[in-house]
Design a protein around this ligand. Structure first.
Ligand code: GLC
Length: 417
């Protein structure tokens, strides 16, 4: 327990009022996942929100599978099978699969019924969560070739100058579409509107299209960011893939993972870390830090990339600092000190459940169980207050964006503290 935990846990905590609230939200989470389940052409998947996001998204499906693993492992398996069924020949897994063509709210992020971008590589983690519950070796063996091909694609095609850091070609690949972390690369001002920001990202997709989404060309010509959460998530997933490869007796795969865990971790330390904090960088020619302070600072906790001393300083000095990230309703995605900070802004300061979940897991990893419980209780209180919304105002708890949004279901996986 930190000496200065600013906000004590909800009275009663997990064993009192918090426990029944948790159980109720948990039940609602499973109901929501069941209600958002769809089947198209024999593929079963879950839409993040029926109105706003009526397709299948890559990291969302990994979140769904992580939660479903414990209650409905067959549905969790089906969700991941649907994802890998649209893997590209080069190994990339697209960030959206438009199972129902010509449906609502479709922006063209690519071609042939899918986007041509990817999203943070949570797939191995999701597969492993299912395996932990089922011990189904056949499922591991079935998914392994797609997993191996996907992570090899990232290491190979997304790192053409062999710096051992994987690049993203569009902010949407970070999963944080509008984050001001990318403003400098997009050449947009801190107060840009949601509408203008989307227009700018769609322009980038058009530019990506002129390179035929070839990652090397796209990165060299238009947008090449070595993003901290993406690479931290990669490292943690490679650790899991190494374990899967070893269980399946895939020595080459095991070796590939072991090597790249070391290389990517070391490169993150060498190029993205400064004075106690990891920063994303733009890397077209020189490495330039992207200096807007966002929750990305905390993502490496998920992959054990800070030393215990650094983690303590970060958690105490930033995560639980009310002047920067800690708010009455959880963790701001952007520091309150930033010019771009907007409590109602889409990824520009508002609270989102996936960052909460990653931070929760990171806190647990470093033994900050009490702090993790506080964050879990904040997440539950927020959903009780505003429902299963897409994002939330950190200062007032108001919910915004998509309704019946599945990310709130991640609280069902925050049970250990
Ligand atoms: C938004 C989020 C993205 C998510 C998608 C579907 O675009 O920024 O991370 O995958 O919605 O929920």
């Amino acid at each position: 327990m930190l000496k200065r935990l600013i906000h004590p846990a909800t009275p009663g905590g997990a064993a009192g009022a918090g426990y029944s609230a948790y159980m109720s939200i948990r039940d609602q989470a499973f109901e929501l996942l069941a209600a958002n389940r769809r089947t198209t052409d024999g593929h079963m998947y879950t839409v993040p929100s029926p109105d706003a996001y009526p397709y299948q998204w890559l990291w969302d499906s990994c979140f769904h599978a992580i939660v479903l693993a414990k209650s409905e492992p067959e549905a969790a398996m089906a969700e991941l099978r649907a994802l890998v069924s649209r893997q590209f020949p080069d190994g990339m897994i697209p960030h959206i699969i438009y199972w129902v063509p010509g449906n609502l709210h479709r922006y063209d992020w690519g071609t042939n019924g899918t986007s041509a971008l990817t999203q943070p590589p949570m797939l191995a983690y999701a597969v492993w969560e299912i395996y932990k519950e089922t011990h189904d070796d056949a499922f591991l063996a079935e998914l392994y070739p797609a997993l191996a091909k996907y992570y090899e694609y990232l290491i190979d095609k997304r790192d053409p100058h062999d710096h051992h850091l994987v690049g993203i070609i569009n902010p949407d690949e970070s999963g944080e579409d509008n984050s001001p972390r990318f403003d400098a690369v997009l050449h947009v001002p801190a107060d840009i509107s949601l509408h203008d920001h989307l227009a700018r990202r769609l322009e980038l997709v058009d530019a990506n299209r002129t390179c035929d989404f070839d990652a090397e060309l796209c990165m060299k010509r238009h947008f090449w960011v070595k993003d901290v959460p993406f690479n931290a998530i990669l490292v943690e997933n490679l650790r899991i893939l190494e374990h899967i490869a070893s269980l399946l007796g895939k020595e080459d795969g095991e070796h590939f993972c072991k090597l790249n865990i070391e290389l990517v971790s070391a490169a993150m330390r060498e190029r993205l870390y400064k004075d106690g904090i990891y920063w994303s960088h733009v890397a077209i020619t020189e490495y330039e830090p992207l200096t807007v302070a966002t929750w990305a600072h905390f993502a490496p906790l998920f992959a054990d990339l800070y030393t215990p001393g650094e983690a303590r300083a970060l958690v105490e000095g930033q995560l639980f600092n009310e002047d920067t990230f800690w708010s009455p309703f959880g963790v701001r995605t952007v520091s309150k000190q930033e010019e771009a900070y907007r409590p109602d802004g889409y990824w520009r300061g508002s609270v989102w459940m996936a960052p909460h979940w990653f931070i929760y897991k990171g806190l647990m990893k470093y033994g900050f169980a009490e702090e993790a419980r506080v964050l879990r209780d904040k997440s539950i209180a927020l959903i009780e207050h505003a429902g299963f919304r897409e994002y939330f105002n950190p200062e007032t708890g108001e919910g915004y964006g998509a309704k019946d949004f599945t990310w709130g279901a991640l609280v069902a996986d925050m049970m250990d503290a």
